[in-house]
Write a protein that binds this ligand. Structure first.
Ligand SMILES: [Zn+2]
Length: 321
């Protein structure tokens, strides 16, 4: 059973609700692919899932689609509307979809309320946090109440880049937000969480990082040497903390990247993701998973990555194929 933990969904009403939060943005950018809750889009999505052998998608918003913004009323309305729409889709297709709850950040009290509603009332499997909120890392102290709530529930946080070029003109001026910036965001949130010692403070949270953690698998030894020189009060070496996290397989088919992550983290810390529908511009949805079977890994580890890690991490024990 393949559970795609990194699948985006943008209900029509949600796109309209977040429009004031992203003035000037082209929110129709993904609509050439089936990513809304229009009936035709849902039917096409289900067909693609069947073709790919994907039993279930776990839904969340893509970069630039989180319900984040300075205006609290707009953010809260968008988050509630999106979460309600996702919950309705899960209720309609309980064997096909689950959802992460999205939060109206940076409004902490409202976000904690929405988190409780999402997990406790709507039955969502975890929380989606985009890596920064109005250019503040979500590892900053003001976001700790979110970690505390998830920790109390023994839940999952699925992080996602926000495509801001990591606030660097060295990225944005060269048009590298997607090609490089998102991988740097992935790596940055891992290291921010390590620096803040959040995984050792909140040991009940399962942290899921997208895109194999960007360059993190290549850096573990370097981090133990150089990161530790700057952060002397860590509870454990950075490589140990980095191995507490789970990482999705979105790698644009790179065998080298998956081999490196497998070596760094182990098959039981890798789980399937597609970045649906973003990669449909480059390859079929089925291909987003089938390439993993062609990587030079032990067959048991490929099965672990594709079929076993995600149901355990997401606690889908009662899930039926
Ligand atoms: Zn994505």
């Amino acid at each position: 059973m393949i559970v795609d933990v990194h699948a985006h969904h943008h209900p029509r009403a949600y796109n309209e609700a977040i429009a004031p939060l992203y003035p000037g943005a082209n929110l129709d950018g993904l609509a050439r692919f089936p990513d809304t809750d229009d009936e035709a889009h849902i039917a096409a999505r289900l067909e693609l899932m069947d073709e790919a052998g994907v039993s279930m998608q776990v839904l969340s918003p893509a970069a630039g689609r989180a319900p984040y913004g300075a205006d609290e009323r707009t953010a809260v309305r968008a988050a509630q509307l999106g979460n309600d729409a996702n919950a309705a889709l899960v209720e309609r297709y309980p064997d096909k979809f689950r959802s992460f709850v999205s939060l109206p950040l940076p409004h902490i009290a409202a976000s904690v309320r929405e988190l409780r509603r999402g997990i406790d009332e709507l039955g969502m499997v975890g929380v989606n946090l985009h890596i920064s909120v109005l250019d503040r890392s979500v590892a900053e102290d003001e976001f700790l109440p979110i970690d505390d709530e998830v920790d109390q529930r023994g839940g999952v946080i699925f992080y996602h880049p926000c495509n801001n070029g990591i606030c660097s003109p060295l990225i944005t001026d060269y048009g590298l937000n997607g090609a490089l910036g998102t991988s740097l965001e992935d790596a940055a949130i891992v290291l921010h969480l390590v620096a803040k010692r959040i995984p050792t403070q909140f040991e009940n949270i399962r942290f899921v990082i997208p895109h194999l953690g960007g360059p993190i698998p290549m850096l573990l030894e370097r981090l133990d040497n150089q990161f530790s020189m700057k952060h002397r009060r860590l509870a454990e070496p950075p490589c140990v903390t980095a191995r507490r996290f789970y990482y999705d397989t979105v790698a644009h088919g790179s065998h080298a990247a998956l081999l490196c992550a497998w070596k760094a983290f182990g098959a039981d810390h890798l789980l399937p993701g597609s970045d649906y529908p973003v990669l449909l511009a480059h390859e079929t949805y089925a291909r987003t998973f089938s390439w993993i079977r062609e990587v030079d890994l032990p067959a048991a580890d490929i099965d672990q990555i594709l079929e076993r890690t995600a149901p355990t991490v997401l606690d889908l024990g009662g899930f039926r194929r």
